[in-house]
Design a binder for this molecule. Structure first.
Ligand code: GDP
Ligand code: MG
Length: 319
């Protein structure tokens, strides 16, 4: 194991792949604990937005620019639907493969197996592996439609929301809470009609809202397929990174993330315990009978079970 950690820290691609498979198969607790001490250096960029907005194309161009700066880059593509079906995703694979051949790039795409909540957690763990493997930047691409995708975006230091001038995208984005999580907005497909209008609308929307932060979310027009505006987009990321560090916001956000993570892990443990020992235990069916017959009530029972977990040895009575 120590050998594997060392190989991983040297950036050995095979080892990185093996450890990631362990993580995906959910059998990696010990490894993650070992790797944690070596993580925390990578800057994490989230890129989210509706399907087909050009996120993968942007990721490719951004990664190429960072490579020219001698950076090591990890890319995680999260797609809750199968990653290997559908035309655009097939396209992803072709484009990503060329990039993936570069020794300084590591790409992982993740499909959801099991619950979406599990997907969010695994994405964080995969990012931890890449972080410990010495990546300077980790770019996480997600589809910005549901809560889970938003959760994933929130593990990032900088979140780019990608919108396109099509079918009321700005309104959709507002509804989905995308603007709330955006540190930077890219209006991609800037070669299409309506992109200037969308930029104006979005800038206006941001001017209207009360400014809690000193950071004003920039709205940048891009044409990912022609590498237009992507240099500006990258500059905005670097500016946001500087802003986070200068204002102490970086540490604040990361500590908030640690808080959330600890909470999640405790919840997991308790949920596991409940499912194994209480919910599926034979004891409960008798209690449920008693509740059904109104001999007792669910409020009291739930309290009692919770107290058993909080204070082992507790036998009932009022808490
Ligand atoms: N016209 C135009 N097409 C683009 C642009 N960026 C990406 N595309 C195309 O839009 C499609 C979807 O892009 P993709 O990066 O896979 O989108 P994703 O689903 O958000 O990752 C592909 O066919 C891209 O070539 C752009 O700026 N302009
Ligand atoms: Mg994509």
């Amino acid at each position: 194991m120590t050998g594997a950690v060392n190989r991983l820290r040297r950036g050995d691609k095979r080892t990185i792949g093996q450890v990631m498979s362990e993580v995906e198969n959910g059998d990696s607790r010990k490894t993650l604990e070992k790797l944690y001490a070596f993580s925390g250096r990578a800057f994490q960029i989230g890129i989210t937005g509706p399907p087909g907005a050009g996120k993968s194309t942007l990721v490719n161009v951004l990664a190429e620019k960072l490579l020219r700066d001698n950076k090591k880059i990890g890319i995680i593509a999260v797609d809750p639907t199968s990653p290997f079906s559908g035309g655009a995703l097939l396209g992803d694979r072709v484009r990503m493969t060329a990039l993936g051949q570069n020794p300084n790039v590591f790409i992982r795409s993740m499909a959801s197996r099991g619950s979406l909540g599990g997907l969010a957690r695994k994405t964080k763990d995969i990012a931890l592996v890449l972080d410990a493997a010495g990546m300077d930047y980790i770019i996480i691409e997600t589809i910005g439609v549901g809560q889970v995708e938003l959760d994933i975006a929130q593990v990032c230091d900088t979140t780019i929301v990608v919108l396109v001038p099509e079918s009321g995208d700005s309104i959709q984005a507002l509804k989905a809470g995308l603007l709330e999580i955006a540190d930077i907005i890219a209006v991609n497909k800037g070669d299409r009609d309506g992109s200037d209008q969308l930029v104006i609308e979005l800038k206006f929307a941001f001017e209207l809202r009360p400014q809690k932060l000193q950071w004003q979310c920039p709205v940048i027009k891009t044409v990912a397929t022609e590498d237009m505006g992507v240099t500006d987009l990258l500059s905005a990321v670097i500016q946001h990174k500087d802003y986070l560090h200068k204002t102490g916001e970086f540490e604040k956000r990361r500590k908030a993330r640690i808080t959330v993570q600890i909470n999640d892990l405790i919840h997991d443990r308790i949920k596991d315990h409940l499912e194994k020992n209480i919910i599926n235990g034979g004891e409960l069916s008798k209690i449920i009978d008693a509740i059904y017959q109104r001999k007792t009530n669910p409020y009291q029972i739930a309290d009692r079970i919770a107290m058993k977990i909080i204070r082992p040895g507790y036998r009932g009575g009022s808490a």
